[in-house]
Ligand binder design. Structure first.
Ligand SMILES: [Cu+2]
Length: 313
């Protein structure tokens, strides 16, 4: 059944959780196929059997046998089995099996019309204070991060729409939104969670394949909803930590005149990830880190205090 669904556009699953999701998906489709053939066949049969030519007068008595009751009972039993045997255990695992926050990568995702903002706590593991009043799109502070707060000093906010993750590690995403309701979806990870203003809702998964895939908004959220997409980049574990280290330095330098080389290399890293080449990406990101470190020294030597941000990391 899964093979048939793949032919109809179901993506491969690249998280540790996707196999369980896909088994429910398959069984639901098996049931629906049986129902479709059964009810469709029955409908055609009645059209023929009770055609006007053979039945000029309506029969007020109707059916007297119990076949329809039996078949409905069978459908109900199948559905109950589907719920109890397949869905409940998976759901319990989703809501009860949330991994320990100390042993996972915790990342915040903040929706906005029509972008996904990603917020990392940085090396200290503590998210800096955010405040809706500090949101300043002109200054590229889309999430209202209080840059004066101590915990915010090392926080990393990559270019909008770019979520970086390590492979084979549990991830918790705390999902929220700064305006309307959105829904954060990574189809290949079988992850989908509504983003509701005012609350942070966690969702978790473990990526098991290196690569870059699309993030979508799965909730109609305005006239440009269709373009509210992003990318999840799954790195090797070392590639991920190096990438984040490089982003931190680039962000600290905060001057594209100095960081453009490192930033261009980081873009090349993403191209390699798109091809699934984690080892090459890991090598290249080391080059980016070296460039960023050079740039940092260069800038401190120049004593330059220019203030502009980079483009796409
Ligand atoms: Cu949206």
């Amino acid at each position: 059944m899964l093979g048939i669904l793949r032919n109809f556009g179901l993506t491969e699953g690249y998280s540790a959780q996707s196999a369980a999701m896909d088994s429910v998906l398959s069984w639901v489709h098996v049931l629906m196929l049986i129902l479709f053939i059964g009810w469709g066949g029955f409908f055609l049969y009645t059209l023929f059997r009770f055609r006007e030519k053979k039945n000029p007068n309506a029969d007020p008595v109707g059916v007297t046998n119990h076949y329809s009751t039996y078949s409905e009972a069978a459908v109900a039993i199948f559905e109950i089995a589907l719920l109890v045997i397949f869905s409940f255990p998976i759901w319990i695992n989703r809501v009860e099996g949330i991994p320990d926050r100390n042993e996972t990568e915790v990342v915040r995702v903040i929706g906005q019309q029509f972008k996904w903002n990603i917020h990392y706590p940085g090396e200290d593991g503590i998210f800096g204070r955010t405040d809706a009043n500090l949101i300043d799109d002109q200054a590229l502070n889309f999430i209202g991060l209080d840059k004066e707060s101590e915990a915010a000093k090392d926080d990393i906010v990559p270019a909008q729409g770019h979520l970086h993750l390590p492979v084979n590690k549990n991830i918790i995403l705390d999902i929220s939104t700064r305006d309307v309701i959105h829904s954060f979806a990574i189809p290949v990870m079988r992850v989908k969670q509504d983003a509701i203003p005012g609350i942070r809702i966690p969702t978790w998964f473990k990526p098991i394949k290196i690569g870059s895939w699309e993030i979508a908004c799965a909730q109609l959220c305005g006239n440009s909803h269709y373009e509210m997409k992003g990318y999840v980049h799954v790195h090797t574990q070392k590639g991920y930590s190096t990438y984040m280290k490089t982003l931190a330095i680039v962000q600290e330098i905060d001057d594209y005149d100095y960081t453009f080389e490192a930033e261009n290399i980081l873009k090349g890293v993403l191209d390699l990830l798109k091809e699934g080449d984690g080892a090459e990406a890991e090598n290249l990101v080391l080059v980016a880190l070296a460039k960023a470190q050079e740039a940092k020294i260069e800038k401190s030597n120049a004593g330059d205090e220019d203030d502009d941000w980079g483009e796409d990391w």
